[in-house]
Ligand binder design. Structure first.
Ligand SMILES: NC(=O)C1=CN([C@@H]2O[C@H](COP(=O)(O)OP(=O)(O)OC[C@H]3O[C@@H](n4cnc5c(N)ncnc54)[C@H](OP(=O)(O)O)[C@@H]3O)[C@@H](O)[C@H]2O)C=CC1
Ligand SMILES: Nc1c(N[C@@H]2O[C@H](COP(=O)(O)O)[C@@H](O)[C@H]2O)[nH]c(=O)[nH]c1=O
Length: 592
């Protein structure tokens, strides 16, 4: 009896130890996945319109040996950076990634970096939200013999849900993009304790403290664009720049129906960043021309309502918008259902005033029971102020709603990804995103002396070509800078900014050679990457359209009014590759 008790006691203590060890490793997994999410956030603002990716590599002896995050599209994937940092210590280690790698266009750099380094297990915070990428990397890793655990699928508990949420939050704008037709929008305002955003006179500088305003700069730096209404421009003459030294500058958007805006305004100074004015069709044509002469883009809508405007910016690739307007526009945006989160800075001061404006105007509600309740509310003290934030709409959970392409096919084999004969492409993570100039495929092109030079992307090469052959040392400086730009977006920004600010540095024949420059670069790209070549050939019979709503030269425009030169060049190349064209392959001078 005594003996059997001893046996039971010792086996239960072994079981307890095993359970404790399991719990311990479970908690470790969750803490490292949260760390991967935190690491991925280091480049917030810069990665857009791409997701934030972070990777942490941990050895079996529980030592972090490598970390990495994606800086911007086209730069090294997080997994590659983490593997490089960890070196030999990757063997048998676990890689934690906040999101499944999005290996687009047959480019499996992230997955093969983990496999080749000898990683034996991967823990994944969430599947990729885009349908055509979702599950691909997980399948590839498993097929290479790695153990892959996905939070919420292979690991489940209340704590797992918390960690999964951390991964969702760090890519919320991207997740929203996958789930809806509008960007993720945050309404931010500063109000007094008696609920005013300005004095009765309209004066509002400043309600919140300097510390709070610095926090706003940081919020701006994480956004793609800042929006205000016409009244705020007239009253405050804001700059709306991110002045926290973080580097990323969101564009500024003004919504004005009347276009009764001042001739002189800080927002028309485009030296740091551009401004887009959105207005009603036909409003003050002469002022539209005036804005255009200053380089401010004007976009007209038949009726200016926030939902249409947001759908438009969604189509332009914007993921996150910060609304810094007054109560009139804020009410209209909330009523249209386009505001997802609120940041309210409350300052401990009272201004009074029956007519002093408040943060949200008329919503048409008459009973307090109709009030909108915020979800996941946070309170944070910032200097003397209180920051109250929360969601107006639930965070989309993509797990059950977006089946992968394979899953869809299993349900209904007749469902094809594209039912029409037009193939649209634009952002590089779209299904045919590899057709974009911004796709991360380096090309080798001959320089003026015939020596081959490598360019990180077609966009790098195209932008730099604007300044080639100009006998001004600044032009060469500009080429060098574009060449080493970290991402195609950065190269495009540099090229366009210099073209706008220093037009004398642009080669005089640019307008007549630019199609040819693009054609040569595309020809190289689709010749040296076999998988891109097959992808292009696989579209035979379909019209290719670059779905840029605003680039009316290279893109198709909002309503098909664009010239779609990029689509045309790709179709021309496709027919050449298919041998259907009699055009001599060396003759790069084309007439479209
Ligand atoms: N403390 C704070 O956080 C902030 C305070 N303020 C203060 O608020 C006051 C301005 O508030 P408010 O008048 O509400 O300013 P808004 O920024 O809300 O501007 C309202 C204007 O937006 C334009 N608009 C375009 N489309 C719409 C639409 N669908 N619905 C509504 N408006 C639209 C119109 O411009 P148009 O007339 O040109 O056609 C309209 O007059 C100022 O005193 C400013 O200092 C402003 C921002 C933040
Ligand atoms: N008054 C007020 C805010 N007002 C917002 O900031 C804008 C001015 O931005 P900028 O010109 O870049 O400094 C202004 O037009 C309005 O949108 N913000 C705050 O955080 N706290 C404040 O007390």
């Amino acid at each position: 009896m005594a003996l059997s008790f001893a046996v039971v006691a010792s086996s239960s203590s072994i079981m307890c130890k095993a359970i404790n060890a399991n719990n311990q490793s479970h908690l470790q997994d969750l803490s490292y996945i949260k760390r991967a999410a935190l690491v991925s956030d280091k480049s917030a603002g810069f990665t857009s319109p791409h997701p934030n990716f972070g990777c942490v590599i941990v050895t079996p002896s529980v030592e972090v040996v490598g970390e990495g995050y994606l800086y911007a599209q086209g730069t090294k994937p997080a997994e590659v950076l983490a593997v490089e940092a960890a070196g030999e210590r990757c063997r048998g280690a676990t890689a934690y990634v906040n999101m499944e790698p999005g290996d687009c266009h047959g480019d499996d750099t992230a997955v093969s970096a983990l496999v080749q380094a000898g990683i034996s297990r991967a823990v994944i915070g969430m599947r990729h939200p885009l349908q055509h990428l979702r599950g691909n990397a997980i399948r590839a890793l498993r097929s290479q013999g790695l153990q892959v655990d996905v939070l919420g699928e292979d690991m489940q508990s209340k704590l797992v849900e918390e960690a999964r949420k951390a991964c969702l939050l760090v890519n919320l704008p991207f997740v929203h993009r996958a789930a809806s037709r509008v960007p993720f929008s945050v309404l931010k305002y500063a109000m007094t304790l008696d609920g005013k955003i300005a004095a009765s006179s309209g004066h509002a500088a400043w309600i919140s403290s300097k510390l709070s305003r610095n926090r706003v700069f940081e919020l701006r730096g994480r956004s793609d664009a800042i929006i205000v209404g016409g009244n705020t421009v007239r009253r405050d003459n804001p700059r709306l720049t991110a002045r926290h030294g973080g580097g990323h500058m969101p564009i500024r958007i003004v919504l004005s129906q009347s276009l009764d805006l001042p001739e002189e305004a800080n927002l028309w100074d485009l030296s740091d960043v551009s401004t887009v004015v959105v207005t009603q069709r036909g409003a003050r044509r002469s002022f539209q021309r005036y804005l255009a002469s200053k380089g401010v883009e004007v976009v007209e809508f038949d009726i200016l309502n926030p939902r249409d405007v947001m759908e438009y910016f969604h189509d332009r690739g914007y993921l996150s918008i910060l609304w810094e307007c007054g109560g009139t526009l804020a009410a209209s945006a909330i009523s249209s259902g386009v505001i997802h989160k609120v940041f309210a800075f409350v300052a401990p001061k009272i201004i009074g005033g029956k007519n002093a404006p408040s943060p949200v105007g008329e919503l048409g509600m008459v009973e307090m029971s109709q009030a909108l309740d915020l979800i996941d509310v946070c309170f944070e003290q910032i200097g003397p102020d209180m920051l109250i934030s929360g969601f107006l709409q639930p965070i989309p959970d993509l797990t059950p709603t977006i089946p992968s392409e394979d899953e869809t096919f299993a349900i209904d084999p007749t469902v094809a990804p594209f039912e029409t004969s037009i193939i649209f492409f634009y952002k590089t993570w779209d299904l045919y995103g590899a057709f974009s100039n911004f796709s991360p495929h380096p090309i080798q092109m001959p320089d003026e002396d015939g020596n081959y030079v490598t360019w990180i992307s077609v966009e790098h090469y195209y932008q730099a070509n604007k300044f080639i052959g100009v006998s001004n040392p600044l032009a060469q400086e500009c080429i060098d800078k574009i060449k080493s730009a970290k991402s195609p977006e950065e190269a495009a920004r540099m090229g366009r900014l210099t073209q706008r600010r220093q037009p004398h540095l642009v080669r005089s024949d640019w307008e007549s050679v630019k199609i040819d420059v693009m054609y040569r670069a595309l020809k190289c790209k689709f010749s040296i990457y076999p998988h891109l070549n097959s992808m292009l050939l696989s579209t035979a019979g379909s019209v290719l359209v670059e779905a840029s709503p605003h680039d009316l030269f290279w893109g198709g425009g909002r309503d098909g009014e664009g010239l779609n030169y990029l689509g045309r060049l790709l179709m021309k190349l496709r027919s050449e590759f298919l041998g259907e064209s009699s055009a001599a392959s060396e003759n790069t001078c084309i007439a479209l």
